[in-house]
Ligand binder design. Structure first.
Ligand code: TYM
Length: 334
């Protein structure tokens, strides 16, 4: 069976290190082996949480530039904007019609984002997983590389595929598999090792953004929360030390080493050595991406042409799926 990879990121500002390790970095390696790839900038998803629409256009361009700067080749991969393919919202509606409310009420991300005032939560936030399922099945995705926090949404998409195909009595929609890395699937906040690193955290010091300059990276790592104990090489010692574990995992991911190897190399040392070494690695890694993003952002005509080409390719595949979906729903076609 040929492999189709589909994934996406919400354009809500510059991506952070969690987006990089959970998504972008693994997209590049998976894309090398895949038959077809669709990397979407999910601007319609961004509308569910946006506080300020003024920045959406610019954030969409930033995301396009970031995909390319991180190594997604726009010639080999379709890079496109969700709202440039109208079939996402059309398919989402058909899927909404077969989605039980109870399934959506159980989504942990909805519960987290809606908070205590559930009655006031926006309907778009509630039905968000249906739109995400549409993003995935529209392209017949076989694999969906995401961070750990999106696993439940991909599993939801699998459930919907089953319901739809049962109803249609045919394998109209392909069953997608989530692809989640063993390490780096949940990068933690620099201020609280129990929370995930997130673009929406109120404190900018909780995350490293891919556009942070070198001084800011150094400052954020210097201020990163630690604990009072010295580092030991015993991997079990990480169990109750989430902040240390996060810094060690980041160090290991950046160096392509195992967590144990990195931990052993800091055995008996204090946090400041680990932090200095991590800062150097981060700067080596992030600054070329930042510079490439800035260069690309100065060439809007090039970015527009990549997005136009990506949307053309995405529309062709999406249209084929929609034709089959409409037929199986018995919608009158003239
Ligand atoms: P979003 O925009 O919140 O995040 C984009 C990707 O980054 C991953 N990620 C992380 N990975 C590890 N550690 C972290 N701290 C971290 N923070 C974010 C996310 O898991 C995700 O892979 N609903 C999705 C976007 C989406 C999508 C899709 C993804 C819409 N349609 C179709 C795949 C396929 C979201 O909000 O991701």
């Amino acid at each position: 069976m040929s492999s189709r990879i589909v994934s996406g990121i919400r354009p809500t500002g510059h991506p952070q290190l969690g987006n990089y390790f959970g998504a972008l970095k693994q997209w590049v390696s998976i894309a090398e082996k895949a038959d077809e790839t669709f990397f979407c900038i999910v601007d319609q998803h961004a509308l569910t949480t946006l506080k300020d629409m003024q920045t959406l256009k610019q954030d969409t361009m930033i995301m396009a530039a970031t995909y390319i700067a991180c190594g997604i080749d726009p010639v080999k991969n379709a890079i496109f904007v969700q709202s440039h393919v109208p079939y996402h919202t059309e398919l989402a509606w058909y899927l909404t019609c077969i989605t039980p409310m109870g399934w959506l009420s159980r989504m942990t991300q909805f519960k987290d984002k809606a908070g205590k005032k559930r009655e006031n939560a926006l309907t778009g936030l509630f039905t968000y997983p249906v739109l995400m399922a549409a993003d995935i099945v529209l392209y017949g995705a076989t694999h969906v590389p995401v961070g750990d926090d999106q696993k439940q949404h991909v599993e939801f998409a699998r459930d919907i595929v089953q319901v739809f195909n049962n109803m249609a009595a045919d394998e109209i929609l392909k069953m997608p598999e989530p692809v989640i890395q063993k390490s780096g699937a949940r990068i933690k906040s620099l201020r609280d090792g129990l929370k995930k690193m997130s673009k929406s955290d109120a404190s900018d010091y909780s995350r490293i953004n891919l556009n942070d300059d070198n001084d800011l990276i150094a400052l954020k790592i210097k201020k990163a929360k630690t604990d009072p104990n010295a580092i030991t090489g015993d991997i079990k010692s990480l169990e109750n030390r989430p902040e240390l574990e996060n810094l060690i995992i980041l160090h290991a991911l950046l160096e392509n080493k195992s967590t144990q190897d990195v931990l052993s190399s800091f055995d008996g040392q204090n946090f400041s050595n680990l932090k200095l070494s991590l800062t150097d690695l981060l700067i080596d890694h992030v600054s070329p991406i930042r510079e490439k993003v800035n260069t690309l952002l100065n060439d809007q005509a090039y970015l527009n042409s990549c997005l136009k080409d990506g949307a053309d390719r995405a529309n062709i595949v999406a249209q084929q799926t929609m034709q089959q979906v409409r037929t199986s729903l018995n919608l009158l076609q003239i």
